[in-house]
Design a protein around this ligand. Structure first.
Ligand code: PRP
Ligand code: URA
Length: 207
């Protein structure tokens, strides 16, 4: 599985703000949105484009547009904080939704929402979820997408655990990972260490 870790001082400062336990919900949300923009720049670096003639106020020239507007899929709740920033960069994108909450005892994904186009054949898909921990939630999401014909899928995550990266690689599912950090490990509660805590709670408050 291709994995790209974004190495940029601005990404690192935004991630530090998110990691800091003193950061309030609003500041956390703003940092997540700004960091999502940087991750999406990297995620779209090799996106196919088409040229089309345009006129500047001075002369004709070649314009560029994305060959295929992508589908953005935030994984609720935490992925919600990434979707507007991503859509601002790609205004022609469509948006689908997946809702999953981990069971706190088993750490298994418990899906509760699925709102996706029926046919994803030929569509580039960007899954937005700040946290890749065990990989269970991402794997479930990827299986939903592949069942609809998606073959070009990028997972955009802020913090990843080595266990989650290994689980995705072992799954054989067609996915590329863009992340701001691969942390040390999971703890006994399957939280990422050092991580940033519960990304949903840090944006929206505890459930
Ligand atoms: C978090 C996170 C991922 C998942 C990662 O969501 O946003 O979706 O955990 O864990 P995993 O890799 O072990 O599956 P959570 O289940 O806490 O729900 P929330 O977004 O509603 O807070
Ligand atoms: N989900 C989170 O929000 N944080 C973690 O560290 C692991 C799963």
């Amino acid at each position: 599985m291709r994995t790209d870790t974004v190495d940029h001082p601005l990404a690192a400062t935004l991630l530090s703000t998110m990691r800091d336990a003193r950061t309030d919900n609003a500041t956390f949300r703003n940092a997540l949105a700004d960091l999502t923009g940087i991750l999406m720049y990297e995620a779209l670096r090799d996106a196919p484009v088409v040229r089309e003639p345009i006129d500047t106020p001075v002369a004709p020239t070649d314009g560029i547009r994305l060959a295929a507007p992508p589908l953005l899929v935030p994984v609720l709740r935490a992925g919600l904080g990434m979707v507007y920033a991503a859509a601002e960069l790609v205004p022609q994108a469509r948006v689908g939704f997946v809702g999953i909450a981990r069971d706190e005892q088993t750490h298994e994904p418990v899906p509760y929402l699925e709102s996706l186009p029926a046919d994803l054949t030929g569509l580039p898909v960007f899954v937005l979820d700040p946290m890749l921990a065990t990989g269970g939630s991402m794997r479930h999401t990827l299986e939903l997408l592949v069942a609809r014909g998606a073959t070009d899928i990028t997972a955009v995550c802020v913090v990843s655990a080595p266990e989650g990266v290994a689980a995705l690689a072992a799954s054989g599912l067609p996915v590329r990972l863009i992340t701001a950090a691969i942390d040390d490990k999971l703890n006994e509660n399957a939280y990422i260490v050092p991580g940033l805590g519960d990304a949903g709670d840090r944006q929206f408050g505890p459930r």
